[in-house]
Design a protein around this ligand. Sequence first.
Ligand SMILES: [Zn+2]
Length: 250
Amino acid sequence: MENQSSLLDVWPYYATLTANVLIAFGFIVLVIHYVRFSTTKGYAKKYDYLNRNEAKYLLVGNLSLIIAVSLYLNSAMVNFFSRGGIFELAVGLFISSIIGVAFGYALYAYLKFYYPSILEEKLMKLRFKPRVSPETGNVMKLLTEDEEDIHLTDEMIEHEESLKYEYDVWLDEESGHKFIERYDGHQHAKLCPSCNFRTLKEYKEEEVLAPTQSKAGLGKKFFKCSYCSHHETHEVNIAPLNEEVIILQD
Ligand SMILES: [Zn+2]
């Protein structure tokens, strides 16, 4: 009983101390992210930075804050319930853990389901923000896929065809000054037939007709262009199930 009550006496102190450290750590992580983003020069580099790092910083920073808040709650409950018995204490610990897990899950769901479209919007804003020519101060023109090839090296064209990288060419039509910006092509966007930029991406797939054992089914893929909002759907065949049945019977 001695040990139990002394643990209960020091627990809130250490829980609050850990929470304070986590609060400071969480804020520092978020501030470092903001400073690194702000000091990255050039839209293409900012794009690359956000694409590679933002989700990680948001996860670590926010998770630290959530754990800290759960610990504050936990230490308040231990303080409050420790006047009662061990059962009341268990209830207090259980409630604060459930609240922490719920917030943690909400953060996970946000980063997995909502955040990618928010990130995509930020990335597209950076990618298509009009560039200003350092020579004339004119707004530069973003060349379409057909117009840009003449400005790209063979190696760059090969990168585009293999979807390794995408290149944007910005041209100052008065002085001929140009920027060639490189983007990671692993997002596998298709060429949009409406605006001719490589920004058409699949966002949904649906089954129209389920495949049977011997007959192919039919599916639909939905694409949307993040630049001009052009929509298109493609019908795709879904392989019949019979092959799987043979495997299952083995
Ligand atoms: Zn488009």
